[in-house]
Design a protein around this ligand. Structure first.
Ligand code: PLP
Length: 400
């Protein structure tokens, strides 16, 4: 049996058409497959590899930590230096009220922890989420996912969850003194990169303050420089009560976190004690990797260039088949008329060595979210390939 057959037979499948590439080496912005073909990575493992694949400083930090220790004990018992240092660095780069970090294994688990924390802090049960939002795939996170197609088969889910229209002032009327928290993405990534208005974000924050509702902002995809600022919420000048992190947090290793004020986090220590438990959350090797990546991101002049790189994509990606392009730093959606066109572009890109994807709730949109280290030369090369594919699709569709 060849490797592809083994993959399909023994690795549990959730898609009828997995990409099925066998990558043997990844570094920077490039992936290489078993046949030696190179791919320019335009999706960064879905917004994970913000400082590129296997950044040398990240690899070095991992090796150093492997030489010291790996797993010691369940979360929160031992003083593990990589965890302590990373929590310190993160909180030094967050608003003062976000000063206590609970490390998890994944983004979904950060969502779970935040919802539990909000219930305990407020003594309320209602959770408000938004249509077309994605916060993870575990049952709690699925309960707040904003799409009935993906939720329905797994009912019953969490009770007392209300889904509202994102970026709608009318929705805010539903937030009241029975709401434990509102959970929202700072920019709705899987809807195809949809940003709310600044006024709405401000009004959302204000309504939460007025009603004693905790504002949970999901920065799992928008954090770590992806949209041009370290955190997406900085661009809206709001401060969440709880922020969710994941993806790029681990520098390519699995890591998530929910971050809040120490005074709020304190409730997880009593009635019951151990209010959130994880064996591996905040694994020392993952924290060492994440911290090294975070330092690279902050020090190597990567973030100041993100907006310009996004603007370059916008400027160059002009074609009659492109309906719209939504750009937030290097989180970009190219919208076509339908999925068929998008699929042709994605397949054509793959053939020509460009790795792209669509979005969960926006199959007609092509995802561009490369490592933030992508160069202007690579952007120009990628766009040239995409435009030639679009020309070919257009020519094929034109009447003879
Ligand atoms: N929140 C957002 C905005 C995400 O994009 C994702 C993953 O795609 C998650 C939460 C869930 O993270 P994970 O897949 O690590 O559970």
């Amino acid at each position: 049996m060849n490797k592809r057959e083994l993959f399909l037979r023994h690795v549990a499948q959730t898609s009828p058409a997995p990409l099925g590439l066998e990558i043997v080496k990844a570094s920077g912005t490039t992936l290489r497959d078993a046949a030696g073909k190179k791919y320019l990575d335009l999706i960064a493992g879905i917004s994970v590899c913000n400082v590129g694949h296997r950044h040398p400083k990240v690899v070095k930090a991992i090796k150093k930590q492997l030489n010291d220790y790996m797993h010691l004990l369940v979360y929160g018992e031992m003083i593990e230096t990589p965890q302590v240092q990373y929590a310190k660095w993160l909180t030094e780069h967050l608003p003062a009220s976000l000063n206590s970090v609970y490390f998890t294994n994944s983004g979904a688990e950060a969502t779970e922890g935040a919802m539990k924390l909000a219930k305990r802090v407020t003594n309320r049960t209602r959770i408000i989420a938004f249509n077309k939002s994605y916060h993870g795939s575990t049952q709690g996170a699925l309960s707040v996912m904003g799409d009935e197609y993906w939720r329905n088969a797994f009912r019953p889910l969490l009770p007392d969850v209300l889904h509202l229209e994102y970026d709608s002032f009318e929705s805010l009327q539903e937030i009241n003194n029975q709401t434990a928290c509102v959970i929202a993405e700072t920019i709705q990534a899987e809807r195809g990169v949809v940003a709310p208005s600044g006024e709405w974000m401000t009004a959302l924050e204000q309504k939460c303050r007025e009603t004693g509702t905790l504002l949970v902002l999901d920065e799992i995809q928008t954090g770590f420089g992806r949209t041009g600022s370290l955190w997406g919420f900085e661009q809206f000048k709001v401060v969440p009560d709880i922020v969710l992190m994941g993806k790029a947090l681990g520098g390519g290793m699995p890591l998530g976190a929910f971050v809040a004020d120490r005074k709020l986090m304190q409730v997880l220590t009593e009635n019951p004690v151990l209010g959130h438990i994880t064996t591996f959350g905040g694994h020392p090797v993952c924290c060492a990797a994440g911290l090294a990546a975070f330092k690279v991101l902050l020090k190597d002049g990567i973030m100041p260039e993100v907006a310009d790189k996004g603007a370059l994509f916008r400027e160059l990606l002009q074609h009659p088949l492109i309906k719209t392009i939504r750009v937030n730093g290097l989180l970009i959606a190219l919208e076509f008329d339908n999925f068929d066109i998008n699929k042709k572009v994605i397949d054509g890109c793959l053939q020509q060595g460009l790795l792209t994807d669509w979005f969960l709730f926006a199959p007609e949109c092509l995802r561009i979210a490369p490592p933030l280290t992508i160069s202007a030369k690579e952007i120009k090369k990628a766009v040239k390939i995409m435009l030639s594919i679009l020309d070919a699709i257009q020519a094929e569709a034109a009447p003879m």
